[in-house]
Design a binder for this molecule. Structure first.
Ligand SMILES: Cc1ncc(C[n+]2csc(CCOP(=O)(O)OP(=O)(O)O)c2C)c(N)n1
Ligand SMILES: [Mg+2]
Length: 593
């Protein structure tokens, strides 16, 4: 308890004139720990993902004691990924709480990933003694965390005084949620937590953030310019990104697509915004529509590498740097996004909900449907590709391959459309994305903009905790390894998570050999026939080794029926994958002879 200076009160025996030292009664004082907790609570934060240790161990205990859900992980990176996707799924910043230096660094990958993916997240790290850190005198877990975090996130703040905690938390929330969402770092030095200030005055310093993600209404002339361009299109196309999914403008987006009759393509995490089986989905004719389209309306999708930067052969350009002939309309909350890769003819800047509703209003009742030649040509290719895929999916080879295993997953997701689908890997990712249809918005969460491995179990925990829905994770065996220890976390909190490891004995496949003939296996190869299912059993969950599609189907059905933590080791033909899945071309290689 702190010694504080108080005005003279009756019954004290201090020397006349001097300050009177009294031991403050606890109920009159509030400490830094509780100011942090109250600031979070005041702003509707009910869950924190983290890992205890100096100086935040007591904070994790007190968070729990004060009624927040404190989800403890085995590694901060996974807690960070959990927080980031909780932010995406709830529209409130996801909170990750870590210890100083190494814990902070472990959380930082997730913070940077959140920023890249525009997920609202706040990484709160305890830090060491400022005076000692700044003089580099060798403190316990010494590191200038604020300086390091600053380059990797949208904003970074440090709070030194208890009375500034309210402002620090408010600024972090605003920075994470407003405009283009992203990762925010909040540095809380150890000394802060023990500081006490008078309780009533302390509570008055807390801020309940008003309108943290303000609407940004697009300019009327920008909307008109976009609609004029779209109206004249012969081969229009709409591209939906995860920004569109994050915006929660589901009904308006669907209405825009259906009223205009324009074919659309969902990016990976926009799948399900409209059901993937929608008649206007051009997903199965992607390689046809991108180069052929004449006007492309991007909604919350950036022209980054995932869209071949809007140029090159994918878009009908002659060489890999050449632009195609299409014109672009880009709906984005960031005014800096337009022209990042190719010319944007009609930028529409504002929050996606407001922009889509403005476009919808401008479209009115008599919008001309796109020419039938365009929609028919797409439908023809789509139907042909879907029929071809159906044939492949119907095969049931032994051992299983990606297609036969994912055909099972496809059926299971179809009968459980509210389930969350987590997905990472290379082949395990690409095949799942193209084979497993999604039916509802924000159900598919994956490796995102970076194609990062390691999001798996963190995303599973967060998805289960914040949605309460069944979670199905489709994991490459390599991908799973990045966060595999969190199956203990899944068991500890008894979460309804069914992990399917598509086990092909390695990174991309299990067939590489060491060219020297030496005893080490090739760098992409793992222990053959590994039993990931036994890892789940070690913590009391259900582990199943599935070597046939029938076994896989039965195990998934049982996992969903029981809602018990389950890991299915799905044995996949080790020759089935390709190098880097669908992005083999990004692999640098010496010029072929
Ligand atoms: C953090 C991180 N490290 C490394 C990689 C490179 N990488 C891309 S996919 C992948 C694993 C692919 O193997 P697996 O998950 O087993 O999927 P498969 O293709 O075998 O189905 C790796 C290591 C990455 N994307 N992210
Ligand atoms: Mg693999």
């Amino acid at each position: 308890m702190e010694t504080v200076t108080k005005p003279a009160a009756t019954g004290t025996s201090a020397a006349p004139g001097g300050p009177i030292a009294v031991i403050a009664p606890a109920q009159d004082q509030i400490d830094g720990f509780h100011l942090v907790i109250d600031a979070l609570k005041l702003n509707g934060i009910d869950t924190v993902f983290g890992l205890p240790g100096i100086p935040i161990t007591d904070l994790t205990r007190m968070l729990q004691a004060e009624g927040l859900r404190m989800i403890s992980f085995r590694h901060e990176q996974n807690a960070g990924y959990a927080a980031s996707i909780a932010g995406y799924l709830t529209g409130k910043p996801g909170i990750c709480l870590t210890v100083s230096a190494p814990g902070f660094l472990n959380g930082l990958t997730a913070l940077a990933n959140a920023t890249t993916n525009c997920f609202p997240m706040i990484l709160i790290s305890g830090s060491s003694e400022r005076e000692v850190v700044d003089l580099q005198q060798g403190d316990y877990e010494e590191m200038d965390q604020l300086a390091i975090a600053r380059t990797l996130c949208k904003a970074a703040f440090r709070v030194l005084h208890a009375e500034d905690i309210g402002v620090g938390v408010a600024r972090a929330i605003r920075a994470a949620l407003s405009g283009r969402p992203g990762g925010v770092y909040l540095d809380l030095p150890a000394k802060l937590f023990a500081q006490s200030i008078p309780a009533e005055a302390g509570r008055r310093t807390l801020i309940e953030v008003v309108d943290p993600a303000p609407r940004q209404i697009p300019a009327a002339d920008a909307v008109k310019r976009a609609l004029d361009l779209l109206r004249g299109a012969k081969k229009p196309l709409i591209l939906l990104g995860k920004g569109a999914a994050y915006a929660r403008a589901d009904a308006d987006i669907r209405e825009l697509i259906e009223k205009t009759g324009i074919p659309y393509l969902p990016m990976s995490m926009a799948k399900g915004l409209l059901p993937d089986i929608h008649a206007q989905s051009a997903a199965a004719a992607r390689s046809y529509v991108l180069p052929e389209a004449d006007v492309v309306l991007l909604i919350g999708a950036r022209l980054n590498w995932l869209l071949s930067h809007g140029k090159g052969k994918t878009w009908g350009g002659k060489g890999h740097k050449d632009w195609g002939s299409q014109k672009f309309i880009q709906v984005d909350i960031s005014p800096q996004e337009a022209d990042s890769n190719v010319k944007i003819d009609a930028p529409v800047v504002g929050d996606i909900g407001s922009c889509v509703s403005a476009l919808l209003a401008g479209i009115g009742a008599n919008w001309p449907k796109p020419p039938a030649e365009w929609t028919n040509a797409i439908a023809e290719r789509r139907d042909r590709n879907i029929a071809k895929m159906a044939q492949t999916l119907a095969l049931d080879p032994a051992p299983m391959n990606f297609h036969s295993a994912l055909n099972v997953v496809r059926d299971i997701v179809k009968s459980n459309p509210a389930a969350m689908l987590v997905n990472e890997g290379a082949n395990a990712l690409d095949f799942t994305r193209s084979i497993v249809d999604m039916y509802q918005p924000r159900k598919r969460i994956d490796v995102g903009t970076w194609g990062v491995m390691g999001i798996g179990m963190g995303f599973c925990v967060a998805a289960a905790v914040v949605t309460g829905e069944q979670v199905i994770a489709i994991e490459g065996d390599s991908a799973f390894g990045f966060s595999g220890m969190e199956v203990e976390t899944i068991c500890r909190y008894n979460l309804p998570v069914c992990v399917v490891v598509l086990n092909n004995n390695g990174v991309y496949r299990g067939t590489d050999v060491n060219p020297t003939g030496g005893p080490d296996v090739a760098p992409t190869v793992f222990v053959k026939g590994a039993r990931y299912d036994m890892l789940m059993q070690a913590f009391g969950g259900v582990g199943v080794n599935a070597t046939t599609t029938a076994e896989l189907r039965a195990a998934m059905e049982e996992a969903i029926r029981s809602r018990r933590p389950t890991l299915i080791n799905a044995v996949i033909d080790e020759t089935a994958g390709t190098e880097s899945g669908r992005i083999t071309s990004l692999n640098p290689s010496t010029k072929k002879k």
